[in-house]
Write a protein that binds this ligand. Sequence first.
Ligand code: ADP
Ligand code: MG
Length: 493
Amino acid sequence: MSTVLNPPPTVRSFRSPTSRSPRVSMLLRSTTLSTAAALPILTKLQHDCATPLPLLRNIADNMAADMRAGLAVDGGSDLKMILSYVDCLPTGHERGLFYALDLGGTNFRVLRTQLGGRDERVIDTEFEQVSIPQDLMSGTSDELFDFIASALAKFVKKEGGKFVLPNGRSRETGFTFSFPVKQTSIDSGILIKWTKGFSVSGTPGKDIVACLNEAMGRQGLDMRVSALVNDTVATLAGARYWDDDVMVAVILGTGTNACYVESVEAIPKLQGHKSTYGKTIINTEWGAFSNGLPLTEYDKAMDAESINPGEQLYEKTISGMYLGEIVRRVLVRMAETGSLFGKHIPEKLQTPFALGTPNISSMQQDTSEDLEAVGSILYEATGVDSNLDARKMVVEVCDTIAKRGGRLAGAGIVGILQKMEEDSKGVVFGKRMVVAMDGGLYEHYPQYKRYLKNAVAELLGPELSSHVVIEHSKDGSGIGAALLAATNSIYEH
Ligand code: ADP
Ligand code: MG
């Protein structure tokens, strides 16, 4: 009976190039007035999102200046410039068995790796992913950490084969924890607040390493946390293991962040912190950057309705959580003012976050003549019927938002390089220099990636950009955390 009540939508035929329904053919033939009416909206959007070279230069300069201000004093700028307490990066000489635990969203990952030094490198790695039950995300701190520790204990029980712990040693783990933490040492940090849908009682204000250690104790698991890091820092460490020239890491996924290697003397706010190597990693928290961003009315409305208005504005223009939503808001305007999709505006189109960044990315990959995939993605995500002209217009909107995002992200990277170079001439531009990239947005959105790289090349010019390598470091953060457990091991290494 349900099939009678819910006949398959006409748009299904969009998928099949050979069997086009009469209705679709009619839509495709008609060059409608509607796209003409939506055109001024597109033109204005492109104007407001434009990122010509002088604007990008200004962004890079502002990023560098904000970094400096954040290093001078806590609260000195939008950028928190958090000390990671990671003073030594992997060299490739690390040996032994190390674990990593990654908690950053709805899943957590456990990993073990056996390191064999310069010659043998990574002898073996195993990992498991465990999803966190919904009720634990809003339960008590002890419940959550007991669950994590017990999954970790089960994973440790399966240790064998090439994984060997020397006699008399405790196991050591790196802990990648991607929530806001006030770090107090390499192996301790106070949780400022839960984000990303977690609202676990009893943890904010507490040392999360202590929470985990206590839970591991309750499980009878003999393991200590040697390094507490965020995912950006772990990515830098993971990439550095293979390449000594990695100095910066950038995450472009649901959110965004960047970290880099800084000289200790360039951090005025750092009091009493000694680094044997004179270098440390700074977690910029660059998602909070805002100075000089080209924002449209759509960005402003999305921000105003967000759970954190006025905050994370750079993240809201360049990261995966938001790009699709900005496009959706433009399409709503085009539907309302320009009747882009006909008279009826489906409720789905009006639902915040109905259009995801993976959707807009997929639409941009459609090279078919009648943009069939665009039509079916649009229909499935937002409920609208579209003719060819409307689809072309939609792709233009996606491209405009991806282009702005990618180019602004590129300018941010150049800002970091610029700051490093201003402090010590030749450190960046005199030699090969690698920026390690990770995150689903960077990995899966080719146009975005291209715009980012082009902006970096435009800003640096051909000579300097030939030294700068922007490299995807896939899943480097898991092994990176284990490597940081190794470099911060309490045992001789
Ligand atoms: P997280 O940032 O949550 O740790 P990821 O690094 O895997 O996780 O990034 C996931 C994000 O990447 C998604 O929220 C989405 O915004 C973006 N993303 C995933 N797939 C695609 C895609 N095909 N095209 C564009 N963006 C994508
Ligand atoms: Mg991630």
